[in-house]
Each structure stands twice: as structure tokens, then as C-alpha cells.
Design a protein around this ligand. Structure first.
Ligand code: PAF
Length: 296
């Protein structure tokens, strides 16, 4: 069977990093952009060494069928971006969502029932020095899965070949939730206080806010059956704060740049689950409203 050809929607740092990794390990890859078709030379910098890879680029509305799509856009762009390429998607196309937050896989499944929608989460760190120059800043784990699917699909072998520390996760919802839980605490607080992640552990009033949010996340996690996250959220948040102390969180960067934030897919998703279980989650609700008030 021929290997999957990957179309990558969302040519930000993470999208380019995975596109380059797939291409370098022998997979066919095309970037899908809002611009015109052509070719793009990417430079990937990793531990001081820079490698180059040139990839074909197509426009959103070009002709040509898409059988396997990797989506790495901002969470709030996913629905519109997939709708834009929908006429080109094969009947049973595979769509792998590697985006922040939760709720989008369900939304895509209900809008496009024929699609095989997979989800992923990564702790790989990357940022763009410019649109073609990506800095691979941190090596992490990449988990991919689909609710109810114990075994990976055939295309997953391409990921194992391309991406170190990539594994199939049969409990992908639990893995996504545990990342969401950490993001619910760190991202809105850093965005609202305009601080780097590390400050959340240094200032007493911010430590109290972290604790209050963690208590509610624990409650919601127990109610939703994510017991492991419920039992470890405090430690996980402390570890991520320490490990990313110098980082400006993605939500702080979005607010600073005047972009929309991903709050609807992070705290907004937590609040939807809290509501389903009759949990008020007042601190999370308040912080959700505060972020909405300062951002788009
Ligand atoms: O969204 C982010 O910025 C990251 O997920 C994290 C882990 C909070 C580090 O900054």
C-alpha cells in the first residue's frame, strides 16, 4: 500500500517542525497556505545546527485531493480552515488535529461525519524566528490517538519513523485532558498578569490563584472520570511552571500580539464539562470572563 501523503494546514512553528520531520524521513508533504502555490524552503535550527528542507506549497482552494491532513492551526481557526479544504478532502480522509485545547475533534466529527478524525498532543517546543526559520527549542513527547481505537492506523508508522518519542495513546482523551488541565491554570493567569510562567510560583498572590484554580480543576477532573489528573494536577502544574519558568505562555503571546486567544477551547471546555456535572467552578469562570474582556 502506498504511504500517506501529508497535507499540513497551519504553517506555524509546530506545523513546520512536523512537516519537515515527516519530509526528511521520506514521507510526501505539502504545506497548505492562504497564499499561492509554489515551494517553501524551511530552515530548522536544533541545538546550534541548522538543516534545510524544501516543501511544495498549495493554496487552500487549489485543486487536488487531500487524503491525509495534519491540522496545526490555532484552535479558533480549525473549523474554518477545515471547511475551506473540505471540498478537496477524500471521502474517508484522515484528519490529525494537533492543536491546543479540547472539543474540536468532536466538532469536526459532527460537521464532517465521513472524516476519520484523530487527535494529538505534543510537548515539543518550537518557535519561529521568521516564517521559514524554525527554532526547535525543546524535545518532548508526542501522543496520538482516537477515542475507542486501541491500535494505530497504518499511517502512524510514518510518525514513528519521523518523530522521536512519538507513541500511540489509546487513552488520548485522558492525555489531552491532562494537558488542558495544566493550560487552564498557567495560560490565563500569565495572560492576565502579563508575567512569565515562573512568576506564578514566586509571587504569593499568584500562588494562591494557582491553588484556587487547581482545586476546581481537581473537582472537575474527578467528576469527569479523569482520576489521574485529579490526583496529580498540583504537582503537574508546579513541574511545568518550573520547567518553563522563562516562557511567555502561548496565551500571553496571543494577548500581547492582539490576536484572539484559545480560551474557549481551554478554560471554556473545562467550564462546559463542569456545567455537565453541576460544578460551579467559580474561579475558572471569573478568569474566563477576565481573559474575554482583555482579548478578542
Ligand atoms: O501554552 C503554553 O504556553 C504551554 O502549553 C505551556 C506548557 C503553558 C508552557 O508555556
Amino acid at each position: 500500500m502506498a504511504e500517506a501523503h501529508w497535507h499540513v494546514l497551519g504553517a506555524g512553528a509546530i506545523g513546520c517542525l512536523f512537516a519537515a520531520a515527516l519530509a526528511r524521513s521520506g514521507s510526501g508533504v505539502t504545506l497548505v497556505t492562504r497564499g499561492h502555490s509554489g515551494r517553501r524552503r524551511l530552515r530548522i535550527e536544533d541545538s546550534g545546527a541548522t538543516t534545510e528542507v524544501e516543501l511544495p506549497v498549495c493554496g487552500l482552494h487549489d485543486a487536488g485531493q487531500i487524503a491525509t491532513l495534519l491540522v496545526t492551526t490555532k484552535a479558533y481557526d480549525v473549523v474554518d480552515a477545515v471547511a475551506a479544504v473540505a471540498p478537496r478532502l477524500a471521502d474517508d480522509a484522515n484528519v490529525l488535529l494537533l492543536v491546543n485545547g479540547m472539543g474540536l475533534a468532536q466538532e469536526l466529527r459532527s460537521r464532517h461525519p465521513r472524516l476519520q478524525v484523530y487527535s494529538g498532543t505534543t510537548t515539543q517546543g518550537a518557535y519561529r524566528r521568521d516564517p521559514t526559520h524554525i527554532c526547535h527549542a525543546g524535545h518532548g513527547d508526542t501522543l496520538i490517538g482516537r477515542p475507542g481505537q486501541a491500535e494505530p492506523p497504518p499511517w502512524f508508522g510514518q510518525w514513528v519513523r519521523a518523530v522521536p518519542r512519538c507513541r500511540w495513546e489509546s487513552e488520548i482523551e485522558a492525555a489531552l485532558w491532562s494537558k488542558l488541565a495544566v493550560n487552564c491554570v498557567i495560560n490565563p493567569l500569565t495572560a492576565l498578569h502579563g508575567c512569565r510562567n515562573g512568576e506564578l510560583a514566586l509571587r504569593a498572590e499568584l500562588r494562591a490563584e494557582v491553588e484556587a484554580l487547581c482545586r476546581e480543576v481537581t473537582q472537575v477532573s474527578y467528576a469527569a472520570g479523569y482520576t489521574q489528573t485529579a490526583q496529580t494536577i498540583g504537582d503537574s502544574v508546579a513541574r511545568v511552571i518550573a520547567g518553563t519558568a522563562d516562557n511567555r505562555s502561548s496565551m500571553l503571546q496571543d494577548v500581547s500580539a492582539g490576536r484572539p486567544t484559545e480560551i474557549d477551547y481551554i478554560t471554556g471546555y473545562l467550564l462546559r464539562i463542569a456545567e455537565e456535572h453541576g460544578i460551579p467552578a467559580q474561579r475558572n469562570r471569573a478568569i474566563f470572563e477576565e481573559v474575554k474582556a482583555i482579548a478578542h
